[in-house]
Design a protein around this ligand. Structure first.
Ligand SMILES: NC(=O)c1ccc[n+]([C@@H]2O[C@H](COP(=O)([O-])OP(=O)(O)OC[C@H]3O[C@@H](n4cnc5c(N)ncnc54)[C@H](O)[C@@H]3O)[C@@H](O)[C@H]2O)c1
Length: 204
């Protein structure tokens, strides 16, 4: 199982971190907003979503989910920070900061997945450019994929597992995600692929 460092413990990131942990992955959840990490460590969940509090508390109890204010070295980085937008523009400042915060711990062989919703070209032109200031190159040194979340409020825990996804990625060996079956969730399939250093999803 992989070590996942997930940035942004909000409406998308927290359920994702908890579900990955409950599926056996080691997850370090990171958030910069004051109080969130401390509250979560005490089992206080700030996101209202059916069953989420129980799942987060279970994930913390297993020891698979730990929490931090700063990114740690990992196999996979998932960025789930907010990208507020209107009809014409998306504010990518949070994504930029989160991406920059990975730089000190990014290493050869890692996989970075952008889970935030962003305009076309952002992963290749913004995230990749920032990550490559580390001196590492995609896809030779690290893999980069875009996997926007599409869950519906009220069904988040279920849809994280069941929704089919498309995962464009930086490697020629990585292909668009086919209908991947109801038992396979993208965090699991992406993480599973990390051992092969590719974002290509596993079929179910
Ligand atoms: N909420 C939804 O229903 C939904 C559905 C589909 C897609 N999305 C997309 O998912 C992404 C995340 O949305 P959300 O609703 O979870 O946002 P959110 O505001 O609930 O959570 C974002 C979290 O990221 C944290 N954060 C900001 N900068 C950070 C950094 N540098 N390092 C670590 N943490 C940082 C914030 O403190 C916050 O807790 C957005 O792009 C959104 O468009 C959201």
């Amino acid at each position: 199982m992989a070590h996942v460092c997930l940035l942004g413990l909000g409406y998308i990131g927290l359920p994702t971190a908890a579900m990955l942990s409950m599926h056996g992955h080691r997850v370090t959840g990171v958030d910069v907003r004051p109080g969130i990490v401390e509250d979560l460590k005490q089992g206080k969940v700030h996101i209202k979503e059916p069953d989420l509090t129980a799942v987060v508390r279970d994930a913390l109890r297993t020891g698979n989910l730990t929490l931090s204010h700063t990114p740690v070295a990992a196999d996979v980085f998932l960025t789930c920070v907010q990208t507020p937008h209107d009809d014409e523009h998306a504010d990518l400042s949070y994504l930029r900061k989160a991406t920059e915060s990975i730089l000190p711990v990014l290493k050869s062989g890692d996989l970075v997945i952008v889970e935030s919703t962003v305009p076309p070209g952002t992963t290749a032109n913004v995230v990749r450019t920032l990550l490559e200031t580390s001196g590492l190159r995609a896809p030779q040194d690290f893999q980069l994929a875009y996997c926007p979340e599409r869950v519906m409020p009220g069904r988040v825990l279920r849809e994280i597992v069941e929704n089919a996804r498309v995962t464009p990625a930086s490697s020629a060996a990585s292909i668009p995600h086919p209908r991947n079956g109801r038992r396979n969730c993208i965090p699991r399939s992406s993480v599973g692929r990390s051992s092969q250093r590719t974002a290509r999803p596993r079929s179910s």
